[in-house]
Write a protein that binds this ligand. Structure first.
Ligand code: NI
Ligand code: MN
Length: 228
């Protein structure tokens, strides 16, 4: 599986058969600028963790152009349907698992809020666990630490987790290290940092704390790819 990071919480996971796009905030994202444009992407599946503009982002344009399957909460799916008529979506809610021909998806809890940029109620915020034939990813969305992360660690063998570390709107470094210990992922990529002044973060502190705890932290630069 190839993972490409676009900055903030936006990333693309590509397998031999499918492309999965998460939280495609690209237009107006100072970190993704120069690396990717929404019009470059033609995913098969788009995951949206919650309705905030820095996650919903370019979803509407990308979905309508690509015809991708939207996987999100019911309120976000029906927001798009009511607005545009787009009906290629699979609504979920917290704790649910769904099975697809390309893998399994669990919609996880996230301790945050969720409303669209226009103020429309966006349901509850979430994260996603994506299990394909050979890899398991956990995109935590925007969240504080929550104790049930320990169950995620017990129930799934996560190859790569994306955890917010930027503080202010989500957990910061100390809680993100605690989260990494609880979910026991083989690799962790820090997200939701340095996009805006509110979330400027010294990632070397995170990196050193991960190392000290014996965990594998991978700092990805916007536009960078890794092979899992
Ligand atoms: Ni948010
Ligand atoms: Mn956010």
């Amino acid at each position: 599986m190839k993972i490409t990071y676009f900055g903030h919480s936006a990333l693309l996971a590509t397998t031999e058969t499918h492309t999965f796009l998460f939280d495609p905030f690209l237009s107006g994202n100072p970190l993704s600028e120069g690396h990717v444009q929404a019009s470059d992407l033609k995913p098969d599946v788009v995951f949206v963790t919650h309705a905030h503009g820095d996650h919903w982002g370019d979803s509407e344009e990308i979905l309508q152009r690509s015809g991708a399957l939207l996987i999100s909460n019911y309120e976000i799916c029906t927001y798009l349907q009511n607005k545009t008529g787009y009906d290629h979506f699979h609504p979920m809610n917290t704790g649910g698992m769904a099975h697809f021909d390309w893998g399994k998806v669990k919609q996880t809890y996230a301790r945050h809020s969720s409303s669209f940029p226009d103020g429309t109620y966006g349901g509850n915020p979430n994260g996603f666990i994506l299990q394909t034939a050979d890899k398991t990813l956990y995109h935590a969305g925007d969240t504080d630490l929550f104790s049930e992360m320990a169950y995620i660690g017990e129930d799934f063998e996560i190859d790569l987790a994306f955890l917010p570390v930027g503080d202010n709107f989500t957990m910061g470094i100390q809680d993100a290290i605690r989260a990494a210990k609880m979910i026991r992922a083989k690799n962790v990529v820090p997200v939701h940092h340095n996009t805006f002044p509110y979330i400027v973060t010294d990632l070397s502190i995170w990196q050193n704390a991960m190392r000290a705890a014996g965990m594998n932290g991978i700092i990805m630069k916007p536009g960078e790819s890794i092979i899992l």
